[in-house]
Design a protein around this ligand. Structure first.
Ligand SMILES: CC(=O)N[C@H]1[C@@H](OP(=O)(O)OP(=O)(O)OC[C@H]2O[C@@H](n3ccc(=O)[nH]c3=O)[C@H](O)[C@@H]2O)O[C@H](CO)[C@@H](O)[C@@H]1O[C@H](C)C(=O)N[C@@H](C)C(=O)N[C@H](CCC(=O)O)C(=O)O
Ligand SMILES: Nc1ncnc2c1ncn2[C@@H]1O[C@H](COP(=O)(O)OP(=O)(O)OP(=O)(O)O)[C@@H](O)[C@H]1O
Ligand SMILES: N[C@H](CCC[C@H](N)C(=O)O)C(=O)O
Ligand SMILES: [Mg+2]
Length: 490
């Protein structure tokens, strides 16, 4: 493609050489994987400055370089103020602006993004629409799945996924938008039809300096809604009105608004909510009519997720009947309050709660549906927000009858230090069992009829990361194995 065409959305750039006859065959932001004919984009990263690697990229065949400072290279160097934004715009141009041809829903917030994205994806399938999904667990392009590195991919990968979706005939794309992605401009070149806000509670304060910076990053999704070139496109913000931060998110957008909630007055409202051990029941009131909803999903947080999914689905043309049937027949979400059933007389639930708010929610839900004791197995990730550890420790002993703290991806950190942080100001009983398999075994040994073991933090994950090495580990598989072994020994 002609380089000038790739740069067509980038405002104000200067080139060290004429660009008339320069063609590029790809885009790269990593010198280690740059190919012949690529445009290499120098990004100032969290750890390193990509400008340092421009010469390496040229040695590998880069045909041009996009940078923020002049570089002495024998290929055209295109100067811009901000390579992060320019990367997103060049990626959109290179792939022919694919998000304009898809109906794209972006979901942001601390908890619930993955859950809502699968609920919405299921509704699209029930509508017999080809759908695509980008999120924490995987990327799914019209049924073809692939593993992911990040919840929200970098700008180049994201536009390539959209382009692949377009080629596969996808009409509706659903994606999770993390605060890191917003802060790093990964979605800047994406034209969203619908942007959903779930909730905002403490997390990632290792990356964002203060809670306000975290909020500002999240609200960028709503501020950017409407940046797209297609001025005819209708765009909507879908906001959880019960969140204390709702008004800030509403203020950040100039586009259409649809609110949802349980407590405050909302456009999409749940009334007469009933939470039981069989699931949730409520009356869904919406601008297009009302409907009784019954779902096997547990807990009040699942009602919020259904409201968010229903709101986005209505804006995507779904009928209330489709939404109702989809919630009724949902198989649940991998590693999200997922029951493990091996015929044991006690409950075992694997969940991805790794923030204080989500841990409190699932513990409340578990308590409400359990007659016996709650046995909690949980840990905190290494190289992540240290300030949430003691909060999670306190929540654990407050709600659970028996607590086992164990490893959850200590990464480069010493597990002892993580346990010290979790238990720093803890009053109450707990055990520390560093090895997660052994922790699960001890939980199973102490469970009796009517009890519930809640295994929190890793959900769908299939590894345990210790000192840079990812060892295979799956809470769901391991719990199943241990329960079966116990039965054989009886
Ligand atoms: C801390 C963080 O957010 N890092 C992300 C970031 O990389 P970075 O800024 O650290 O990159 P860097 O190492 O400083 O390098 C800067 C630039 O130099 C380039 N480089 C570097 C070395 C070299 O030899 N040659 C070269 O060209 C790099 O490719 C890069 O363009 O940009 C990369 C591309 O977008 C991301 O893959 C990477 O995610 C890392 C793997 C990560 O762990 N991120 C987590 C914290 C994250 O983003 N999580 C959120 C979800 C969190 C949640 O919701 O719970 C997510 O969206 O995944
Ligand atoms: N709406 C919600 N409010 C609070 N907690 C929730 C909500 N939905 C799910 N949870 C809890 O948070 C955990 C993570 O849910 P989910 O994976 O859907 O969130 P996420 O926003 O995608 O998280 P991540 O940022 O890690 O990708 C669940 O396992 C559950 O414990
Ligand atoms: N995507 C998040 C989830 C972490 C989940 C938990 N298992 C941990 O490792 O802390 C992160 O990388 O921060
Ligand atoms: Mg997620």
């Amino acid at each position: 493609m002609k380089l000038e065409k790739v740069l067509r959305f980038v405002p104000f750039y200067q080139s060290s050489r004429p660009l008339k006859n320069v063609n590029i065959t790809g885009l790269s932001m990593d010198s280690r994987s740059t190919s012949h004919g690529d445009l290499f984009i120098c990004l100032r990263g969290v750890n390193m400055d990509g400008h340092r690697f421009a010469a390496d990229a040229v040695k590998r065949g880069a045909a041009a370089v996009l940078a923020e400072v002049p570089l002495p290279l024998n290929v055209p160097v295109i100067l811009v103020n901000d390579t992060t934004r320019a990367a997103a715009m060049t990626a959109a141009a290179f792939y022919h602006n694919p998000s304009e041809d898809l109906h794209v829903t972006g979901i942001t917030g601390t908890n619930g993004k993955t859950s809502i994205s699968y609920l919405l994806y299921d509704i699209f399938q029930r509508m017999e629409k080809k759908a695509g999904l980008i999120g924490t667990i995987e990327v799914d392009i019209a049924g073809k799945r692939q593993p992911v590195k990040n919840t929200t991919p970098d700008a180049l990968t994201l536009q390539r996924y959209f382009s692949d979706m377009k080629r596969a005939g996808v009409e509706h794309a659903v994606m999770e938008v993390s605060s890191h992605a917003l802060d790093q401009g990964r979605v800047y070149g994406c034209d969203f039809n619908v942007a959903v806000f779930t909730n905002l509670t403490r997390d990632h304060l290792d990356y964002h300096d203060h809670f306000d910076d975290y909020l500002r990053a999240k609200s960028l999704l709503f501020a950017q809604l409407g940046n797209g070139y297609n001025k005819k496109r209708e765009r909507f913000a879908v906001i959880n009105i019960d969140s204390p931060s709702a008004s800030k998110f509403i203020r950040s957008t100039s586009q259409g608004l649809l609110t949802y909630g349980v407590k405050g007055r909302a456009d999409v409202q749940a009334r007469n909510c009933r939470l039981t051990e069989k699931g949730t029941f409520f009356r869904l009131e919406t601008p297009i009519g009302n409907m009784m909803i019954e779902s096997p999903l547990m807990g009040e947080f699942s009602i919020y997720n259904m409201l968010a999914a229903a709101s986005a689905a209505i804006l995507s043309g779904a009928s209330l009947e489709t939404i109702q049937q989809s919630f009724l027949h949902t198989k649940g979400i991998r590693g999200r309050f997922e029951s493990i059933r091996e015929g044991q007389p006690y409950g075992v639930v694997v969940d991805y709660a790794h923030t204080p708010d989500s841990l409190e929610n699932v513990l409340k839900t578990a308590t409400a549906v359990t007659s016996g004791k709650i046995i909690l197995v949980v840990g905190c990730g290494g190289d992540r927000d240290r300030s949430k550890r003691s909060v999670m420790g306190n929540i654990s002993v407050k709600y659970a009858d028996q607590v086992i703290f164990t490893n959850d991806n200590p990464r480069s950190e010493d597990p002892e230090q993580i346990f010290a942080d979790i238990t720093a100001d803890l009053k109450g009983n707990y055990h520390i069992v560093e090895d997660r398999r052994e922790a699960l075994r001890q939980a199973v040994v102490s469970a009796g009829k009517g009890d519930m073991i809640l295994i929190a933090g890793k959900g769908h994950e299939t590894y345990q990361e210790i000192k840079g090495v990812r060892y295979p580990f799956d809470d769901r598989e391991t719990a199943r194995e241990i329960i079966r072994e116990m039965k054989e020994h009886l």
